[in-house]
Design a binder for this molecule. Sequence first.
Ligand SMILES: [Zn+2]
Length: 219
Amino acid sequence: MCNHHHTSAPDGSLLVPGGFGRGFEAQAGQFITIVDLKGEQAGDFVALNRGDLTEILSPVHTRRKNLSIYFKEGDFLMSSEGRPMFEVVLDTVGIHDANVPACDPTRYAVDFGVPGHRNCLENMYEPLSAYGIDILQVPEPFNFFQNGPVTADGRMAVTDPISRAGDHLVLRALMDVVCAISPCPQDIIPGNGLVVTDMRVAVTDAKPNAQELEALKCS
Ligand SMILES: [Zn+2]
């Protein structure tokens, strides 16, 4: 975990407060490291081609390419135009959701009777609105660390992530991208251990080494 030689994470990394959204860019060839700082926290993630915002990261196309509802190290996450957008370089968890939408105002207002609750859709729209897109153009997300088991007879559930403090995912961008991430504000039903916590994102030119990864785990 976070040893005493590292009292703070490296400059340039982005602390994403639990329940809020942040946007960031990465260039083709750069590495994106996403750390679940406290564990059991799902983070909704979307990405768009920086040069053509109509080309988006697509869970549907990714499932078809990988012939799986899951992805693993070495797999590609695909765009809506069938092109590889990210390579999965490192994954300490192995369970992520690519099946369900971001939580949105309706989810809380209608399903839980809590209007005005923070939600991943608006959290991701906030930073993306600077690029001139409409909220309806926020792509369907990958829900990193989210645990949505699918049984052999096709039933789905959402339960707490298996991720522990410091678990992380490293992606290599294969095109210039605009991204948004939202450590999910769901605190009504299981999905984040009922406690909403922070994540850290770092964009680097080189794949982070073990020492750099340790530093990024510092909250
Ligand atoms: Zn959410």
